[in-house]
Design a protein around this ligand. Structure first.
Ligand code: F6P
Length: 546
């Protein structure tokens, strides 16, 4: 059922006009306790959402919507191992991968935890062996470089985490991530490494993904050309759920790290897909990442709605998307180490919630997953922030930063933080026409110049932002943040009543690409598509000398 038919939805629509008429700066002036009221602290992690365009009534009505759409019950079904991914008939249990507390997690009456622990032990052992030089290449040399061959969830999560935790990975091997089927990606990476000291991880849940298999075949040929066929076993390992395809590729079962169909690709960095993370920062660091995520899972499971971070962020996402009309959501880490976070969150959010029908297959009738994008601050300030401040478009944004830097140039940090705080202040406060006029007049401009320039200096303000501030970007904190975003996406999907765990939308293009592939080198021109597609294929054929 579309949530738009619920009374709670209609009440929010009525409420919106009243709230929109009140600038957020006015709401701050009227309520000295606004920051305390609309911020949540979990240990060192502060989430300040007081600059959102909301009142206490907004939050109460959003909580009504969460109750009316059964978000609590949906969450409990996920944690209990129910098959909530109905179109693929699967449970959704990435939370089991980081679970620290004892006790069974049942899928169809069977406890998955012994398998989870065994897989984690296998991964830890192997990562330790490679890092300590006990696992060597075929010529007996130590592994200095690891190349992860995977795409989507088998790339974005580990790539982002390894980058984010760079300061924790200085003693491990260098990590490289190759995802694109564009040969430039693998070619340029292979130029950086040597066969005798390189380990390849073929990471693919299905072990059928075209891009990954093409890269794996080319990498294998490169290695065999240098070291011979017998070297493959020391230089290739696999992470997959498809043991038969892994063996068919020539990787022994002992060198395969498994996981399960109840781990969605974009939720898989906590599984064996996290092997590059353990190789980069060590098994203890990987465990700390999982522990941070587990902390957030417990919070999501138990905290009351008003103080529950994923609930609050998810409901604010619904408010901004469906009631205030924000079509896009910017992720703005004031943390260079989180530069890949926007790309990671694009898959997490847009592949999960970019859906048009409810679980029952009826139209949702409202916009679902926002368009997620972003860049680290302060770079974005000198690129796209102009639009955030003055365009008539409304963009919601998350700002993130660590209070303590993890790098060796601490004198930069106050510069970074002051920009973060100033931007959220400016986006919220804005500048009225009267203020712009007064400012220009005070600068000594004549009346004509003031009238001409003042409209260009107006900032509407009330641009909704949430600030996430933590002590330090360490593995545990990163784990908390990523689980927070996973559950935020869950809450939004549950309110919309959609299945956040399938991804049928990526299938059509895959099918058509496999049909077009042979046509690029066929003897005759392509005629079986629309005029544009035929034209593009045939122009490429001519340019390629066909
Ligand atoms: O893009 C579609 C998708 O199925 C993602 O959901 C997944 O993370 C990615 O492809 C890679 O899939 P695999 O791990 O099976 O190669």
């Amino acid at each position: 059922m579309s949530p738009t038919s619920l009374d709670a939805w209609k009440h929010l629509e009525q409420h919106r006009d009243a709230v929109s008429a009140m600038p957020v700066r006015q709401l701050f002036a009227d309520d000295p306790g606004r920051f305390e009221r609309f911020s949540i602290q979990l240990d060192d992690l502060l989430v300040d959402y007081s600059k959102q365009h909301i009142t206490a009534e907004t939050m109460a009505r959003l909580a009504d919507l969460a109750r009316a759409t059964g978000v609590d019950a949906a969450r409990d079904r996920m944690f209990a191992g129910a098959r909530i991914n109905t179109t693929e008939d699967r449970a959704v249990l990435h939370v089991a991968l980081r679970r620290a507390s004892p006790g069974a997690v049942l899928v169809d009456g069977r406890d998955v935890m012994p398998g989870v622990r065994a897989a984690r032990a296998h991964l830890s052992q192997f990562a330790g062996d490679v890092r300590a030089g006990r696992w060597t290449g075929a010529t007996g040399q130590r592994i200095t470089d690891v190349v992860n061959l995977g795409i989507g969830g088998s790339d974005l999560g580990p790539a982002m985490v390894v980058d984010a935790l760079t300061p924790y990975g200085r003693e491990g091997p260098r990590l490289h991530f190759v995802s694109n089927v564009d040969g430039a990606h693998l070619d340029e990476t292979l130029r950086l490494v040597r066969p005798a000291t390189t380990l390849f991880i073929v990471a693919s849940k299905t072990f059928t993904t075209q891009e990954t298999m093409a890269n794996a075949r080319s990498a294998r040929a490169w290695l065999v050309a240098a070291l011979g066929e017998a070297a493959v076993g020391r230089h290739f390992v696999a992470v997959s759920t498809n043991a038969a395809a892994v063996e068919a590729f020539g990787i022994a079962a002992a060198n395969m790290f498994g996981f399960w169909d109840w781990v969605g690709g974009r939720y898989s960095l906590w599984s064996s897909i996290g092997l590059p993370i353990a190789l980069a920062i060590g098994a203890a660091g990987f465990d700390a990442l999982l522990a941070g995520a587990d902390d957030m899972d417990r919070h999501f499971e138990t905290a009351p709605m008003a103080g529950n971070l994923p609930m609050v962020l998810g409901l604010l996402g619904i408010w901004n998307t469906n009631f205030l009309g924000a079509e896009t959501h910017a992720v703005l880490p004031y943390d260079q180490y989180l530069r890949r976070l926007p790309a990671y969150l694009q898959q997490l959010d847009m592949e999960s919630n970019g859906k048009g029908v409810t679980r029952e297959g009826t139209p949702v009738n409202v916009a679902t997953g926002p368009i997620v994008w972003g860049e680290p601050g302060t770079n974005g300030q000198h690129a796209f922030y102009q639009l955030l401040h003055q365009s008539p478009r409304l963009v919601s944004a998350d700002f993130l930063a660590a209070a303590e830097p993890a790098h060796g140039l601490p004198a930069h940090h106050p510069l970074l933080l002051s920009n973060f705080f100033a931007q959220t202040e400016a986006l919220m406060r804005g500048k009225t026409l009267e203020e712009a006029r007064a400012e220009l007049a005070a600068a000594g401009l004549d009346a004509d110049a003031v009238a001409r320039l003042a409209p260009h200096k107006v900032f509407p303000g009330s641009r909704p932002t949430t600030s996430l501030l933590y002590r330090r970007l360490d593995p545990r904190t990163l784990g908390r943040l990523l689980a927070l975003y996973e559950h935020k996406v869950f809450v939004m999907g549950a309110v919309w009543g959609i299945n956040s765990f399938d991804q049928w939308g990526v299938e059509l293009g895959k099918v058509l690409a496999s049909r077009i592939l042979p046509e690029l080198d066929a003897p005759a021109e392509a005629t079986g598509h629309d005029g544009s597609t035929n034209g593009l294929i045939n122009h490429a054929r001519r340019l390629r000398g066909q």
